[in-house]
Design a protein around this ligand. Structure first.
Ligand code: 0O2
Length: 228
């Protein structure tokens, strides 16, 4: 079931739950409604960012006959993951706390062709005067001990609703196709319930990331040599 279908089905059930005069059910219905509204706001914020990314990509295509963006994916964090992350941080699970303490409820992953494209996209996003940069981490210049490379940006994004305006954070991970290849496989291996990641395997994975990073740099050099 998609997130949208989930929301729509929930909305259809609400009148029956609220009409049942039971106080607990009313509170459950209210919390559920608030959660759905929150999901809608975060989905809308992601749409705002994705639309802008599409505009940038098209503009580059017209000006330079190439697309810096290879792919864009987005996801809304599930209720389960929101709850687990708050519990891990020792924070009670409420809608207000999720909004206040979690910056990755809305997540967008942008894969670019070349390393330089990452910085161009990050700068364009940061420069928009209606987006506020809340957090920025350059795991390309400073890779994580695991070998993970990516540029992380958290933007506060405005959402215009029918009678109000609000802002919510959207986490944007920007990386090359090669960095994404490593991160996806490493994530799969690390979270396989049956597998054990020994320190030796961790080191092998880090070395793979190093080799991939060298190839990325080489591809960037080749591109610059050919095109500029
Ligand atoms: P998911 O399922 O991808 O969302 P935070 O953990 O967000 O509270 P922080 O320090 O801002 O705090 O997080 P960080 O490390 O800057 O970014 C977290 C996200 O980056 C992770 O999200 C992963 O998506 C990605 N990431 C970070 N380190 C690694 C790594 O070593 N390997 C891989 N494959 N991905 C990494 P989540 O929440 O862990 O999961």
């Amino acid at each position: 079931m998609s997130q949208i279908d989930f929301f729509v089905e929930g909305i259809q059930q609400l009148p029956a739950i609220v009409e049942s005069k039971d106080d607990t059910q009313e509170r459950v219905a209210q919390a559920f409604m608030e959660f759905m509204q929150l999901g809608h706001i975060y989905e809308s914020a992601m749409e705002v960012v994705k639309t802008y990314l599409g505009i940038l990509d098209n503009e580059f295509n017209i000006k330079f006959q190439r697309n810096p963006i290879h792919n864009i994916e987005s996801r809304l964090k599930s209720a389960d993951s929101i709850m687990n992350k708050l519990i891990k941080k020792g924070i009670p699970f409420t809608i207000e706390n999720a909004r206040k303490y979690l910056l990755d409820i809305a997540g967008i992953r942008v894969t670019c062709c070349y390393i330089n494209d990452i910085y161009v996209i990050a700068e364009m996003l940061s420069r928009r005067d209606d987006f506020v940069v809340l957090k920025q981490k350059d795991y390309i210049k400073n890779p994580k001990p695991s070998g993970y490379r990516s540029f992380h940006l958290v933007l506060n994004v405005p959402v215009h609703l029918s009678s109000s305006k609000t802002t919510v954070p959207v986490e944007i991970q920007i990386r090359t196709i090669a960095m994404d290849f490593w991160a996806s496989l490493e994530h799969q291996l690390r979270y396989k319930p049956s597998g054990t990641i020994t320190p030796e395997i961790s080191e092998e994975l880090r070395l793979c990331a190093e080799r991939i990073a060298e190839t990325d740099i080489q591809m960037q050099k080749l591109y610059t040599e050919i095109m500029e």
